[in-house]
Ligand binder design. Structure first.
Ligand SMILES: NC(=O)c1ccc[n+]([C@@H]2O[C@H](COP(=O)([O-])OP(=O)(O)OC[C@H]3O[C@@H](n4cnc5c(N)ncnc54)[C@H](O)[C@@H]3O)[C@@H](O)[C@H]2O)c1
Length: 280
């Protein structure tokens, strides 16, 4: 992997939840290339092994730890493992999250729903709750558990992952949009709460990237773009999807002890301009 620029994170310890995912794995590799020791956190530690291997082959240091971001007990255990290994934690990237397929309302407007189709009225609220839990609670709980070890550490900072759905609701995914709006809100809340305790709290708001998680919404089974995909490109002033690598520079800026030392409570869009374009 090539970094857009390098920041110096020698001696620092980062935890990345969802570290075996597409974006999380990339963030683990990027932080390690800057010298940070990286804990690749996921529900199954072995899923993080390819990321650990890449980091070690590039001369970096990583461990895989297993924890569910919805389970305090498993997070506490992971924290202890990391502290036993490296003695400190100063960077937390809350990357676990995503849309829950079963919480999707499969039409843009109720008027488009055919009679036998699932619609908002028949959507199982239990699935919407899963989405809120994973994205909001799954950001708050690791912040609570790991944040406690970060107070007083140098260059302590937390980076959450929001979404374009936080700026205004995206069609079909009301639970996800609401959950990410709450992640942005929590980012600002926590920025104030920890401001005098040395922890900066910021977020990235990725625009649209072609990853496995959203593939079915954006591409038909034959690989052609869906109508939704066409609308996304039209609504993105730069006229294209982002490449996951486009997020690395923003991550490193927010994690930087020098570059962003007075930056907290920011939700940084990386979206080709999607958030600021209303279509006319
Ligand atoms: N892909 C996009 O276009 C896009 C856009 C905006 C925001 N995001 C956000 O970026 C983040 C990463 O997304 P991605 O595209 O890399 O998805 P991904 O599915 O590749 O990664 C998500 C990771 O979270 C892990 N995870 C899920 N539930 C967990 C739990 N309970 N405990 C621990 N780990 C758990 C998964 O195992 C996976 O490794 C998510 O928060 C997502 O909402 C993605």
């Amino acid at each position: 992997m090539e970094l857009p620029f390098r920041i110096d994170l020698e001696g620092e310890v980062a935890v990345v939840t969802g570290g075996s995912g597409i974006i999380g794995g990339m963030f683990c590799r990027a932080l390690a290339l800057c010298g940070a020791k990286v804990a690749v956190l996921g529900r199954e530690a072995e899923h993080g092994l390819p990321v650990k291997k890449d980091i070690e082959e590039a001369g970096g240091e990583a461990i895989t730890v297993s924890a569910d971001v919805l389970s305090r007990e498993s997070l506490e255990q992971a924290k202890q493992e990391i502290l036993n290994q490296w003695g400190k934690i100063n960077i937390l990237v809350n990357c676990a999250g995503g849309a829950v397929k079963s919480a999707e309302v499969p039409q843009d407007q109720f008027a488009d729903a055919k009679e036998d189709m699932l619609n908002f009225f028949t959507t199982d609220m239990g699935n919407i709750k899963k989405e809120l839990d994973l994205n909001l609670y799954g950001t708050m709980l690791p912040t609570q558990v790991f944040g406690e070890a970060m107070v007083g550490q140098e260059n302590a900072n937390i980076i959450n992952i929001s979404s374009m759905g936080a700026y205004g609701p995206l069609t079909r995914i009301p639970g996800y949009s609401g959950a990410k709006a709450a992640v942005s809100n929590f980012t600002e809340w926590a920025a104030n709460y920890f401001a005098k305790s040395g922890i900066r709290v910021n977020a990235l708001a990725p625009g649209f990237f072609q990853t496995t998680q959203n593939h079915a919404l954006h591409f038909n089974p034959d690989g052609t773009p869906t109508e939704r995909s066409r609308k996304i490109i039209e609504s993105t002033p730069m006229g294209k999807y982002g490449e996951p690598e486009d997020l690395i520079g923003a991550l490193l800026f927010l994690a930087s002890p020098k570059g962003s030392s007075f930056v907290t409570g920011v939700v940084l869009p990386v979206d080709g301009g999607f958030h600021c374009y209303l279509g006319v």
